[in-house]
Design a protein around this ligand. Structure first.
Ligand code: GLC
Length: 643
């Protein structure tokens, strides 16, 4: 933009459908976000228009559609937008807690989820991520990640009215509903794909399609594979088209062509329509893959970030109470960019939240190696959060634990990274260990891809026979969750972990699931375990009570808000992870022992660089007091505050 931007035509387009009473506030939002939006979309798409005027006309049309979404936004959601505009850090506080589940597995359908709100409240959940519930492809659909219609609910889960009722009921209970928004691809039976197959040139260009293998083979030289066993390669031959279509994931998931501005406009409009149904947060699926560039891995490209930044600007204009969360399972160094960038002269907001997948994977490595070195590198590689953003911290999710994101950290102390990660992977598939998971997409035990299994199976519950073994399994599970509660972000509980729920082998009998062993850790909600949640004699109760207690303590510790500082300490013993949160004069000190040995720590030595080294400390978790020496039993964590 060489000259000052004339906002008038954009304002006219945006306000054309909006009630006069809202004009002033919407105008203020546009004034704030238009410069970035204009610039970002111009960088992405400007060269596709005959001149700048033609580009501006397209942008005005996009803003007109955005204005329609504003006009249709229900009043309670507008009120939420206003409230959150004055409390922009609402989602970074120490009380935030996520919960993630499949609708059908948790509660049969959307109405059933409503019935489970008391369970969520008992844990203190403030954010509920329901895995895909939009109308999915008929037949195999990757657990709903192949969407056939962004404006319809999967019929067996309910309808739009159910979604609206659920989102209001959750809101009334202080819980924000998070929905997946599968940005990268649509199902091969989505109307756009069907039109493309029927030869409609408009919709053919919603996808990447190639007449022969020349371009695909060229791209493949640098591309990775998400499902190397069950869906090798990144392109699928589509007989109806007689062409090769880009399919990063399964052949029935067609990657969208974001170099086409119409794709961006249609997807943005679909997201805003869904926001008006009461969805307060969007998990933007597979964000790393949104832009393709020959000669690269086609991940984390600058344009993928621009797409997200433009989406953020539109959301900030139309629905500023809504959060965007990036799912980018990428190396630590690539993660911060998903939370926005600041090059000194220009700050670009992107997603409000991003999964810290390296921290998650590294915490599992620490358990295996009984050594926190690799995790400490992940800590060191995690910069302070930009304003108004937060990590999403977690222990397990519906996907595998991918080990390859840790290659940079794993190579720091080891020459043979492959061997190191393969050892971790074998450990979790039960090779001489307490874990009872399985390898994901790798038959070869020397290959490394991912690990599947419920947290309880991976931490040793499923192999435990004695009381001691059970105790250790519980300590390990709580240690990983404790870290996710204290690191600095919004922690997420994966359904079933709060009850130490085990693996579910029944997927092997379901033809549409049998080839994808991620279903091993997607069990159906277990009512019997739930009934035992208060009984400490039972594993479910012992874990539930402990987690609920930790969460209750967490809510009382403002040092644990995501934006509070974090200082990694050197505990001398590599099995111990030690860090401070909050101000250094009134911090929370997290100590975690990732080994099976009991370890003594000298507090003065640990805190030698801080003025608080001679303090008296209290463990917030059990109110016990300590001073000079602290003993950490196997897999124990302490949350220490100064007395
Ligand atoms: C994301 C989802 C995963 C899915 C993939 C393709 O990574 O988490 O479950 O298979 O996207 O949509």
């Amino acid at each position: 933009m060489s000259v000052a931007l004339n906002t008038a035509p954009f304002l006219t387009a945006l306000l054309s459908n909006v009630a006069p009473g809202m004009h002033a506030s919407i105008e203020a939002r546009l004034a704030k976000h238009l410069p970035n939006l204009y610039q970002t979309l111009q960088a992405l798409y400007g060269d596709q228009f005959s001149d700048e005027q033609a580009y501006a006309t397209w942008l005005a049309e996009l803003l007109q559609v955005t204005g329609e979404a504003i006009a249709a936004r229900p009043l309670p959601l507008q009120a939420l937008d206003t409230a959150r505009s004055t409390d922009k850090n609402w989602f970074t506080k120490e009380n935030m807690l996520g919960y993630c589940c499949y609708v059908d597995r948790f509660a049969s359908d959307l109405r059933g989820v409503r019935q489970r709100i008391p369970h969520l409240q008992e844990l203190g959940v403030t954010y509920l991520h329901l895995l895909p519930f939009l109308k999915a492809r008929a037949g195999e659909n990757d657990g709903g990640f192949a969407v056939a219609d962004f404006d319809a609910i999967e019929p067996r889960l309910g309808n739009m009215a159910d979604l609206e009722e659920l989102s209001s009921a959750l809101r009334a209970a202080g819980i924000s509903l998070c929905s997946d928004f599968i940005l990268n691809h649509v199902a091969d039976d989505h109307p756009w794909a069907i039109a493309a197959k029927q030869g409609d040139p408009h919709y053919r260009d919603y996808f990447y399609h190639y007449p022969d293998r020349t371009a695909p083979d060229n791209f493949e030289k640098n591309l990775g594979q998400v499902f190397p066993q069950v869906a090798p390669g990144n392109f699928s031959f589509v007989p109806e088209l007689q062409e090769w279509v880009w399919t990063t994931f399964y052949p029935y998931q067609w990657d969208l062509n974001y170099s086409n501005p119409k794709v961006f406009a249609d997807m943005a409009a679909a997201l805003l329509r869904l926001a008006n149904r009461g969805v307060e947060a969007f998990r933007l699926d597979s964000t790393a893959f949104l832009w393709k560039r020959a000669g690269t891995k086609c991940m984390n490209q600058p344009e993928a970030h621009q797409i997200l930044q433009a989406l953020r600007s539109l959301v900030d204009i139309a629905a500023p109470g809504v959060l965007l969360k990036a799912e980018a399972i990428v190396e630590t160094a690539e993660l911060p960019a998903y939370l926005g960038s600041n090059d000194g002269t220009n700050s670009k907001q992107e997603c409000h939240l991003a999964y810290h997948s390296s921290l998650m994977a590294a915490s599992w490595v620490a358990l295996t190696e009984q050594d926190t070195s690799l995790m400490r590198h992940v800590f060191a590689g995690t910069p302070a959060l930009p304003e108004q953003s937060s990590w999403l911290t977690y222990v397990r999710c519906h996907d595998d634990i991918g080990w390859n994101v840790l290659r940079p950290e794993a190579s720091i102390e080891t020459e043979d990274v492959q061997q190191r990660l393969a050892r971790v992977s074998r450990f979790y598939s039960g090779d001489g260990s307490y874990a009872r998971g399985a390898s994901f997409q790798a038959d070869d035990p020397a290959a490394v891809h991912g690990t599947v299994g419920m947290a309880a199976a991976l931490t040793g519950f499923s192999s435990a026979h004695t009381a001691t073994e059970k105790h250790l399994a519980r300590q390990r599970l709580l240690l990983l969750y404790g870290l996710s509660f204290c690191f600095g972000g919004m922690p997420l509980i994966y359904m079933g972990d709060e009850l130490a729920q085990a693996n579910d082998e029944t997927y092997l009998q379901v033809p549409a699931q049998a080839a994808d062993n991620r279903w091993l850790h997607r069990p159906v909600w277990d009512r019997e375990l739930y009934a035992k949640r208060h009984s400490s004699l039972h594993d479910a109760g012992a874990v539930f009570n402990a987690l609920a207690h930790m969460l209750q303590q967490r809510r009382q510790l403002p040092q644990l808000a995501a934006q509070e500082a974090r200082h990694l300490l050197n505990a001398k013993d590599p099995a111990v992870l030690a860090f401070l949160r909050g101000s250094t004069d009134a911090p929370l000190l997290f100590l975690g022992n990732f080994s099976e040995n009991s370890i003594n720590l000298n507090m003065a030595e640990l805190l030698e660089n801080y003025d608080i080294s001679d303090s008296n400390w209290m463990n917030q978790l059990d109110k016990s007091e300590m001073k000079t020496t602290v003993t950490l039993q196997a897999y124990t964590q302490l949350w220490l505050v100064r007395k």
